[in-house]
Write a protein that binds this ligand. Structure first.
Ligand SMILES: [Zn+2]
Length: 74
């Protein structure tokens, strides 16, 4: 079985923030979600730093939750 890479659409924008990090200048910024069908490895490949122009970037997918608190129903 071949694993299919995750795409942006797998990460609900309400629950996840995708942040790019630059290895060269330590710049970090949220990544604009232009193409929801883009695979995560492709996204990382195309990433370049808006501050220093380096292509040596990585991403972090941060779970921010659904917002607020939920009460367990009894
Ligand atoms: Zn940079």
């Amino acid at each position: 079985m071949v694993a299919t890479p995750n795409t942006l659409s797998d990460f609900d924008p309400v629950k996840f923030t995708i942040v790019g990090f630059c290895a060269d200048c330590q710049h970090d910024a949220p990544i604009p979600r232009i193409n929801e069908d883009m695979e995560i490895p492709t996204l990382i490949e195309k990433l370049s730093c808006s501050q220093c122009g380096s292509g040596d970037c990585s991403i972090r997918i941060i779970y921010t939750g659904a917002g607020g608190f939920a009460y367990a129903r009894s």
